[in-house]
Ligand binder design. Structure first.
Ligand code: PLP
Length: 361
């Protein structure tokens, strides 16, 4: 039996192992205060992105929920793609807003600005694009739509740690940019997420979010504290932050490996419909679109290669069903296959994946 190739596989080394043991032995594993490694990680990630503030939380989902809590979206609308993980839509619903799904661009699978324009209404409070598979959306076009309209840009950058748009890191554009550090992501932690803030009121937002990520606790003095608002248990733990500090140092190098894998897929897979190649993309995965998806995925599995489907569109889930059609999203939802790009892949693995795909097409 040939070696199995996983779709996702965190790239960790001795430093991560030593860091995990150090934190476990320290006995200081977690604290809502956001001191220690969590604070260090926030500072390092802020420097890396060049943003105003960073608030570390315990998942990408928490980052989305908290970011939208900064805007009053109750009875308002948020425009987003349906081609995403369901957390993107849930964050709108949980904050009392209505998700308005629009179609993606067939070339990039990112939200299509032309479709956004069609759905802008008096109720639109925010646009929530997803940098799909690490490919940056057209942020300039989306910001143009927001301009003069009191519409905020909140980005779902769960796939886009280290990706760039217009030579600037994803995380330095929108009012709030939400990252995920789930173990399968480009920065792998046990669980983790982060909100990057770019706004003149960033200090105020940071204070609000620091409180909301730890049950609303504020004004701590010795053993007492006050609570002035509702909050959640969303803070990042020390072990995740310690791993994140190490992973962040390696991020650009690991992303270059992903990028080289994607370049080979792009050049060598004999298919028209596949993810474009871009040097600034973080390639959380690489996608192709095929007619006979079940058969190809099954054949690859029989040959030890794990693939995935990102995503069944959110508007096809019972909770978010709608009458309006999203033709491109629905087409993508039926044809897309995600391929591995993780940094543990060797050249030989990639050659094997490519030749099997070309054989089964
Ligand atoms: C596009 C997208 N948004 C949000 C999330 C949620 O991140 P987390 O799993 O860290 O909560 C994910 C996770 O898979 C994702 O892929």
């Amino acid at each position: 039996m040939r070696e199995k190739i996983k779709l996702f596989d965190p790239a960790i080394g001795n430093s991560e192992e030593r860091e995990a043991i150090r934190t476990l032995r320290s006995g200081y594993w977690a604290s809502g205060v956001g001191s220690g490694k969590v604070l260090q990680f926030e500072n390092k990630f802020r420097e890396y992105l060049g943003s105003d503030q960073c608030i570390a939380v315990n998942s990408g989902t928490a980052a989305l929920n908290l970011s939208l809590s900064l805007l009053n979206i109750k009875n308002k609308e948020v425009i987003l793609p349906s081609l995403s993980f369901v957390s993107t839509a849930h964050a709108v619903t949980l904050n009392g807003g209505t998700p308005v799904f629009v179609d993606v661009d067939a070339k990039t699978c990112c939200i299509d600005p032309k479709q956004i324009r069609k759905r802008i209404s008096k109720k639109t409070a925010a646009i929530l694009p997803v940098h799909f598979a690490g490919m940056a959306c057209n942020i300039d076009k989306i910001l143009e739509i927001c301009k003069g309209r009191n519409i905020q840009l909140v980005e779902d950058a769960a796939h886009a740690s280290g990706a760039k748009y217009n030579h600037k890191k994803i995380g330095s554009h929108g009012m709030a940019v939400c990252f995920s550090f789930h173990p399968v992501k480009n920065i792998a932690m046990l669980t983790g997420g982060l909100i990057s803030i770019n706004h003149q009121k960033h200090k105020k937002f940071k204070k609000i979010l620091n409180e909301r990520r730890w049950c609303g606790i504020t004004n701590r003095q010795n053993f007492t504290y006050d609570v002035k608002q509702v909050g959640w248990n969303y803070y990042m733990n020390e072990l995740s932050a310690g791993l994140g500090l190490i992973q962040l140092k390696k991020l650009d190098r690991l992303n270059r490996i992903r990028n080289n894998v994607a370049k080979r897929y792009h050049n060598e897979i004999e298919l028209e419909e596949k993810m474009p190649y871009e040097k600034d993309c973080s390639y959380h995965f690489y996608w192709i679109m095929v007619k006979n998806r079940d058969k190809i995925m099954q054949k690859l599995k029989q040959n030890g290669i794990e693939t995935g489907i990102h995503y069944k569109p959110i508007h096809k889930m019972s909770m978010y069903k709608m009458k309006r059609k999203l033709p491109i999203t629905e087409y993508v939802g039926k044809k897309i296959i995600s391929l591995p790009t993780h940094p543990n892949l060797t050249d030989k693995h990639v050659t094997r994946i490519i030749s099997l795909i070309n054989k089964f097409l």
